[in-house]
Design a protein around this ligand. Sequence first.
Ligand SMILES: Cc1ncc(COP(=O)(O)O)c(C=O)c1O
Length: 467
Amino acid sequence: MRVQAKATFCEPRPTSPIPLIISLSLPSMLLRRALLARPKINPAGVSSRPLPPHCVPLHHRLNPVSTIRTMVTASNTAPAFEPQNIEQEAAHQSNGHAKVNNWSHPGPAAFDFRSDIVTTPTARMLSAIASTTLLDDVMDGGSDPTTNSLEAMIAEMTNKEAALMVCSGTMGNQVAIRTHLTTPPHSVVTDHRSHILEWEAGGVAALCGALVKGVVPANGNYLTLEDVQKACVISDDVHACPTRLISLENTLGGVITPLDECRRISAFARENGIILHLDGARLWEAVAADAGSLKDYSDCFDSISLCFSKGLGAPIGSILVGTKAFRTRARHIRKMIGGGMRQAGVVTAPARVAVEDTFLGGKLKASHVRARQIADMWQGYGGKLTAPTETNMVWFDLAAAGTDAKKFIEDGERAGLRLMGGRLVVHYQIGDEAVQRLDELMQVVLKGKKPNGKVELGADKLAIEAE
Ligand SMILES: Cc1ncc(COP(=O)(O)O)c(C=O)c1O
């Protein structure tokens, strides 16, 4: 079995040889002549076939900026994609390791439960990249229309004054916290399992010189006001390290911090002059699970970091939201740590598609239903869970099942699945076949069934359903 290279992705839209944007004034006529005189760059054969209507992103159809973009790039360097070149190009780019790329189907992600970060960008994202604006996002306060428009869209969706694109979720949290915190002594209160404490290489300590206090939630699932109050230091005592910021994470391990709890913590933070940041890498999931709207949650926080490259499936990127003053300083900090992106449209165009297609398109909810189905199957075979299944994560109790992470991962490989341990992350590219394989695996682990051992794991060995 092998991955099918069904090349269904979209080619760039046809471009006129004459940039219509150039008016007939003398300087522009000279420019036009110069552009027409340039040798045509056509590395892989420019197609003049029109883009199928379904491949033209809605916002491009509606947005005059995209029309200007097409005209400006018309005689420049029209990118070229020819389906027959894909395998050849993929092999070249990967030094012979990959037979195809996966723009038109999930590829190995369809059998990968390790995380939602494995989601594969889609053909429409490729199309958006091919037709993005290519202006600089660092100079002149940021002049790339695609980037500015995504930032405006997310600011609007979260009811915040401003948004700032960043390269990753880690950068989003670190830039936000460094923006808020100025002079030690200061401390940050957060869940003991939170990404900023456990998975960001000690960034808050290194970049802000802050003491980070990890709190164990009394209910075992999410922080409550009472947990936070106990941990916060609100004091002028010279021995103490005052709490200047509380950072929540929602969802954390797929578990939702309810909106009411966020509101209570927010009221407490505001009363005491403490900043409230949210690592909302997966806030989309809480919203998709009807825990509250983006705006409801956003109103509780001074800043939020939201990821495009987890369950939404964009290849790169996160975004920060907050006040205009917050954005101004965050932009400075982002530059300081090397996060200023030049032709950022290459990143922001697919990120917008991720929001439109996956989040607004309702795909997250379907993965929650599948996660519930998986949890029910596991429990149906007598398995136990270590955390509630509220969104896209399922936590198997491996010890109670008489196995451990290493063995489970190996059994998973034999069943043609990628696993990381007891935590299974269900993303929208997980299909029925992966769930069937998981069912087999559950029976091996919980019912002593003999593994059939027929399915091999490997990017070029997995059976992939092409579109
Ligand atoms: C809750 C949470 N926040 C932040 C991040 C960091 O995102 P990135 O990997 O893009 O730096 C992750 C990554 O998985 C995460 O799970």
